[in-house]
Design a protein around this ligand. Structure first.
Ligand code: GCW
Length: 655
């Protein structure tokens, strides 16, 4: 039986003590000067050695089996690993690299100490590997403590105050370091009144968090409101070109750095879903971002400026407006206008974290702007941590996408950001298996070319040290295809949404159909889908470069899983495999539920191998997943049967 809970408070996740057995039973020499991160490495190893009988020395150590050495370039995150003549050596140019090197050796376990190993170089693909917490300080009347949070309350805040006890935040930082995350924003991008003050009189709360995350190589960032000069500073305007406003930000930022010397910078959601922004002053988003960039620049900080700008008061009757176009239309004219320390943060898809979307055409269309791609770990639209839905394969597809169609090993953007799924739940994530999503995000941000299944192997081995093969096989059976399964029983062929308005959980096919949010499927008696072609639709396909513009333009070349995202087709439209769209909808919805039932069965069979509390929590989530999946199946199938009048070829029950 594997899986460990520390003193009943919170789960050890992927760092249970037993994961350190291999390093903890060795003699280790640390050859590096003192420093924050070297100290962390030392502490980790000491703890492991106390438990498993090894020893750590800072000099001598001729008999060491593990040598960790670092020069004096503290910020370099890379390291090399080799094994020769019975000695495993990690060499880094600084303490950060040493920390990542240590966790790499932990991941390898006994393999790190077997045979010979030629020198390998490990270097993160993305310099910024960041989590955004959509955590509110004060409980929001609608969104609660954590917006789109499905893992209990916040790790940082409770009922309007900072949580005094930061032990859990420290443990969180450790978990994040072990999967490679190096930046974190501590509050929601929707900045309400209490949260606005984190920038000024409550910066001490942020500093306290930064202090416990720093030893794990994590820089702390803050979401700020663009209206801060008016709501906090009493100025009559927040116009980014106004001198008094610029001075206000410069001074506020100076004070932030007084408290947090290595502060990462600001995250800003402006002119987006009601948040204030530069449009109110007739200024551009480059003007807005650059003002904050200027304030941060003297200290090496960065502004992450979100590109999630669209009309959320759209008239559903207006077929010319296409929300998918919005980010590209707003931002591409500004390419080259953003300051070097301004990063445009773009959601991976053009809509909003649906189970299936194409990659945003904005990515790749702004060569002279620093971009970060934003993913969502919290699963707002993918089961809210009640359904098992491992997103590794989705993210891997996104990260391997190349706007010009060429296969290259380069990066998709300059940074990667994701909305965290962790909260004060004993398992960190509401669904214990959703820990795999957090881990996978960190590892793919380090190495986006990694095979997500291999990352899952790592997660399984670390979380369940010494587990028999049957557990690993069972976890793969439950997790590997879970995204595809979820896709099958929810909105079909990339059309998206069909969720209940507001909380976004569970089916409501027309829930957003006549709403102002720009999220429509246009189903009628003849067909379904959104015509986004250049020839007859909204012209969205024209935002892509070759070859994607052509690929997406025509139903015949459009990837099947995105057909209804790009095209409105009749129910009788025949897919590549010979099935009609309507039959595909029926079949996938029956299959999706069957696959979820099978996953539940597999999980039940693992009861003897998994810690009882963890097993029970997942089993309970499966009950809800099944109930919900059947609801999705029945609502979607009934809806389309009633609209189309086309019966299921196989005569199954559709209500
Ligand atoms: O996905 C939507 C969510 C909002 C969120 C917004 C955003 C933080 O429904 O809750 O607000 O996106 O990304 O800004």
């Amino acid at each position: 039986m594997t899986g460990t809970t520390y003193s009943g408070d919170f789960d050890a996740a992927w760092l249970p003590p037993a994961a350190f057995r291999a390093v903890g039973s060795r003699r280790t020499l640390i050859r590096a000067g003192d420093g924050l991160w070297t100290d962390t490495v030392h502490r980790e190893l000491n703890g492991a050695c106390e438990r498993f009988g090894g020893r750590v020395v800072r000099d001598g150590g001729e008999d060491a089996e593990l040598v960790l050495e670092a020069a004096d370039a503290p910020d370099d995150e890379s390291f090399t690993l080799e094994r020769r003549d019975g000695v495993t050596t990690v060499t880094a140019s600084g303490g950060r690299g040493l920390l990542y090197g240590l966790f790499h050796v932990v991941r390898l376990g006994e393999d790190a100490f077997a045979g010979e190993r030629a020198r390998e170089e490990h270097r993160p693909a993305y310099a910024t590997r960041m989590l955004d917490h959509w955590d509110n300080v004060a409980v929001h009347p609608v969104m609660g403590q954590v917006e789109r949070g499905y893992a209990g309350g916040s790790l940082f805040w409770a009922d309007g105050r900072a949580r005094g006890d930061l032990d859990r935040v420290r443990a969180y930082g450790r978990l994040l370091a072990a999967c490679g995350i190096n930046a974190l924003a501590v509050n929601n991008v929707n900045v309400h009144a209490t949260e606005a003050r984190l920038l000024t009189d409550r910066i001490g709360d942020v500093a306290a968090i930064a202090d416990v995350l720093r030893p794990y190589g994590i820089r702390t960032h803050l979401s700020v409101t663009f209206a801060a000069p008016t709501v906090l500073g009493g100025l009559p305007t927040a116009d980014p070109l106004d001198e008094a406003v610029r001075d206000w930000w410069a001074e506020a930022t100076r004070r932030v750095y007084e408290e947090i010397g290595d502060f990462g910078g600001y995250v800003v959601k402006a002119d987006s879903e009601g948040q204030p922004g530069p449009f109110a002053y007739g200024r551009s988003h480059a003007d807005g971002a650059n003002m904050l960039a200027a304030a941060l620049e003297p200290y090496g900080g960065t502004v992450h400026w979100r590109a999630f700008v669209y009309d959320h008061h759209q008239d559903w009757r207006d077929r010319t407006t296409d929300r998918a176009r919005a980010a590209y239309d707003h931002f591409t004219p500004l390419d080259g206008a953003f300051a070097p320390n301004a990063v445009l943060q773009v959601k991976h898809g053009p809509m909003d974290f649906q189970v299936r979307e194409p990659v945003s055409p904005l990515i790749g269309a702004m060569p002279d702007t620093r971009l970060a791609v934003e993913l969502q770990i919290t699963q707002e639209y993918t089961g809210q941590q009640r359904h098992v839905c491992w997103l590794g394969p989705m993210w891997s597809e996104v990260l391997r996408f190349r706007p010009d169609g060429e296969v290259s090993t380069g990066r998709l953007a300059d940074g990667l950001v994701a909305v965290s799924n962790a909260g004060d739940d004993p398992f960190w994530t509401g669904h214990p298996l959703a820990q795999a999503n957090l881990y996978t995000f960190g590892r793919l941000a380090w190495d986006p070319a990694a095979d997500p299944r291999a990352v899952l192997d790592e997660w399984i081995a670390l979380t369940h040290p010494g587990a028999p093969e049957r557990l690993a096989e069972g976890l793969h059976a439950v997790l590997d295809g879970s995204w595809a399964t979820y896709e099958k029983y929810t909105a079909p062929l990339g059309v998206g949404f069909m969720v209940q308005p507001g909380h976004h959980y569970g089916p409501s096919v027309d829930g957003y159909e006549y709403s102002p949010w720009g999220t429509y499927h246009f189903a009628d008696r003849d067909g379904v889908g959104v015509d986004r072609s250049t020839a007859t639709g909204t012209g969205y396909t024209g935002q892509y470069a070759t070859p994607w513009a052509e690929v997406y333009e025509f139903p015949d070349t459009c990837p099947e899983e995105l057909l209804l995202f790009f095209h409105h087709v009749p129910y009788g439209h025949v897919l590549a495999g010979g099935k009609t769209v309507i039959q595909h909808i029926y079949d996938t919805h029956f299959e999706g539920v069957e696959e979820a039932e099978e996953a539940r069965r597999v999980w039940a069979g693992l009861a003897d191998l998994v810690e009882p509390a963890r097993h029970a929590r997942v089993a309970e989530r499966f009950e809800e997943q099944l109930r919900s999946a059947r609801e999705w199946r029945d609502q979607i199938n009934s809806y389309f049967l009633r609209k189309s009048g086309v019966p299921d070829e196989r005569g199954r029950t559709i209500h």
